[in-house]
Design a protein around this ligand. Structure first.
Ligand SMILES: [Zn+2]
Ligand SMILES: [Zn+2]
Length: 224
């Protein structure tokens, strides 16, 4: 078999047990590089590496001052140098084959949620990139998702200053299209690609919370 990430050979004897296993799609060495976590004291909630003098995570303090925090934030991969490179290749070099690599790390227990909701990509960005970097991964991991949010945000988060991000109004609106979707008392999982300050997912959560779900959790592919 060929590693989907480095394209090197994987010397595994195929048998009925591992034939369909997701984790075998990349070689051991790539697996180790992508799953390594940088050392440091982390925030138990958002997983950010905190500074020595920080007692409480300042990002989480800010989020709870401005938003109703989501119930939990789960992060699949650390934003280590390899993951950073992979994300860059995936999103900006548009190497869509990497969606398959990331799909191998998805382990959502679908029965725990009523709706798995991806963060939307603006029309403009979709046109430019050619794909939605989140739904592409969900599709390849065969995770059923419901698109419930729309955005017309044009600028990338990384192109905006922190103040600009905070001051900007919520870029998301509720848009279930033709679908008849109930949110009241439902368990929601929001999926994003990279959790930075948490403002994006909490704006999305705010839009969903207006409809009184029973819980909102977040899954992010990586934590910057
Ligand atoms: Zn490899
Ligand atoms: Zn935090």
């Amino acid at each position: 078999m060929i590693c989907l990430y480095c394209h090197g050979r994987i010397d595994v004897e195929l048998n009925l047990l591992n034939m369909f296993s997701k984790t075998k799609r990349i070689c051991q060495s790539c697996h180790l590089k992508l799953t390594g976590w940088r050392s440091g004291v982390r925030c138990a909630r958002c997983h950010r590496i905190m500074h020595a003098a920080e007692k409480e995570c300042r990002d989480c303090i800010f989020i709870s001052s401005r938003f109703t925090p989501v119930r939990s934030i789960r992060c699949l991969l650390d934003y280590n140098s390899e993951v950073k490179m992979m994300m860059h290749r995936y999103k900006f070099v548009r190497d869509i084959a990497l969606a398959e690599v990331m799909a191998g790390f998805i382990d959502i227990k679908e029965w725990q949620y009523d709706h798995i909701v991806p963060i939307p990509v603006s029309e403009h960005r979709l046109e430019e990139r050619g794909f939605n970097q989140i739904t592409e991964v969900l599709k390849r991991s065969r995770t059923a998702y419901t698109e419930l949010l729309a955005t017309d945000k044009v600028k990338l988060q990384s192109e905006r200053s922190k103040a600009e991000r905070i001051d900007s109004d919520n870029p998301f609106s509720f848009d279930a299209g033709e679908k008849d979707v109930k949110i009241l008392d439902k368990r929601i999982l929001i999926v994003d690609d990279i959790y930075t300050t948490g403002i994006t997912v909490h704006h999305a959560a705010e839009t969903i919370m207006q409809r009184n779900p029973s819980s909102v959790d977040v899954l992010t592919f990586s934590k910057a």
